[in-house]
Design a protein around this ligand. Structure first.
Ligand code: GBH
Length: 453
């Protein structure tokens, strides 16, 4: 029979990067300091009715000042990597023009502190905090924003690449396009028509491609460039050969407007046909830019898109989640641990990806401090353990995932949900800014220490 598989029997590769992820507007606070310009999230969060409870990122975790304390926590947990993002408007307060030295210096200090703690920095250049001045000129509806992103990305990579070895252009184009410009739940909160939306999405992927080129032009040779995207982790609901084949097709088609376009330089026939007259306007040269070669792909993976075979033109169908499918406190966060097996496996196969990172995975809870001062987040521990078992399975079969960044180091500003949903492995008391490791932090630390599940 098979041996008992106890703790430590499922190893990860020796150089696996265990990390955590955060984003500027969600943790920094200090919104009026050192010349930072206004962003669309300042505007949005200060507009009544847009964010749960009227919360804003004005203070957040105050990490702009408390980053040494946060890095001490990373060191305490044994983290090998830190994914953080740069606030564009701290560098270019108006989105473009003359750089703000105080902003640049902040990130140099942050990175130096990470390096001193033995933590590898992974820098995201754009995690949704678009300078308001660019929104005033149309935001992502204006194609010039794509070039503005690239100019900023190239400049910042040039400033940091002597100490930062890897950059991500963008975080979740999917979210900052569709949730912002279709559902209007995120800043700038505009509802567009189908055709306008497809054009916004095209500008965003173009911004990514132009940024890849700008980073390569300005960064130290050998700097690695990728992106972090929450593309659909198409997962066969029934893992027969037919189910798996359907999930492969779905991986392309469900991600046609972003990841498949970036990885292949083409919008699929089905995507263009489905949109018809609403298809985006694009040139061959733009598609080539969008397809600029990457050194790695970062996958943000929280849940699965379940797929079944279908006898139609698509060859697959998306299986909707059952009403009773378990989810975290976030109602979109359906628990589907096998997404972390099938997502990286099928996407790396379909797009020929050689190096991947899981740039986000995590679980929201309604954590509370118990009378003994502890936070017993059993839900988060169970979620993480199950997802990571699936990731380990894939890696042991050869799926090229080189690291994992848990979302998040700290409870933080959860966008439209404000501070009501907690994703941290560290509890933050927003009255005092006191940080307390939750049980999940102790669990993650133990996992990292033995590098095995
Ligand atoms: C990531 O988004 C983000 O990168 C990160 O900033 C965020 O804090 C973290 O995950 C946790 O949410 O309002 O019902 O339309 C994850 C993907 C896509 C999930 C948008 C929430 C909105 C759901 N997100 N989605 S809904």
């Amino acid at each position: 029979g098979s041996p008992m598989r106890g703790s430590g029997s499922r190893p990860f590769p020796p150089d696996f990067v265990w990390g955590s992820a955060t984003a500027s507007y969600q943790v920094e606070g200090a919104v009026n300091e050192d010349g930072r310009g206004k962003t669309i999230w300042d505007t949005f969060s200060h507009t009544p009715g847009k964010v749960h409870n009227g919360d804003t990122g004005d203070v957040a975790d105050d990490s702009y000042h408390r980053y040494p304390e946060d890095i001490a926590l990373m060191k305490e947990y044994g983290l090998k990597g830190c994914r953080f993002s740069v606030a564009w408007s701290r560098i270019f307060p108006e989105g473009r023009g003359k750089p703000n030295q105080k902003g640049v210096d902040h990130y140099k200090k942050l990175v130096d502190a990470l390096l001193a703690a033995g933590v590898q920095p992974f820098c995201t250049l754009y995690h949704w905090d678009l300078p308001q001045a660019l929104q005033d000129k149309g935001g992502w509806q204006n194609k010039d924003t794509a070039q503005a992103l690239a100019d900023y990305a190239g400049y910042m990579a040039g400033q940091l690449s002597d100490r930062v070895p890897q950059f991500m252009t963008t975080n979740e184009i999917d979210t900052f396009v569709y949730v912002a410009y279709d559902q209007a739940v995120h800043a700038p909160g505009i509802k567009l028509s189908r055709g306008e939306l497809a054009q916004v999405c095209h500008h965003a992927v173009l911004g990514h491609g132009l940024s890849v080129q700008a980073i390569r032009a300005h960064a130290k040779p050998g700097t690695r460039v990728g992106l972090a995207e929450d593309y659909h982790a198409c997962t066969p609901l029934v893992d027969t050969p037919e189910g798996i084949a359907a999930a492969r097709i779905a991986m392309r088609e469900e991600n046609a407007s972003i990841m498949n376009a970036i990885m292949t330089g083409k919008y699929t026939d089905l995507y263009l046909k489905t949109l018809g007259a609403d298809a985006p306007k694009f040139t061959d040269a733009e598609m080539k830019t969008i397809n600029s070669p990457l050194d790695f792909v970062g996958m943000n993976c929280y849940t699965a898109t379940y797929i079944r075979p279908a006898q139609d033109e698509r060859g697959y169908a998306v299986v909707p989640m059952a009403k009773s499918h378990p989810h975290a406190v976030s109602t979109w966060l359906f628990v589907a641990p096998e997404a972390l097996y099938w997502g990286p496996k099928l996407s790396s196969e379909v797009w020929g990806i050689k190096t991947m990172y899981i740039t986000e995975n995590g679980c929201s809870g309604a954590d509370t401090v118990m009378p003994d001062g502890q936070i017993y987040d059993t839900d988060r521990v169970a979620y993480l353990r199950n997802y990571l078992q699936n990731l380990q399975r894939g890696i042991s079969e050869g799926v090229p995932v080189k690291g994992y960044f848990l979302w998040s180091l700290l409870d933080n500003f959860e966008w439209a949900e404000g501070y009501g949903q907690r994703f941290g492995i560290t509890y933050v008391d927003y009255q005092t800014q006191k940080r307390t490791p939750k049980q999940s932090a102790l669990w993650y630390k133990a996992l990292i220490a033995r590098n095995a599940l």
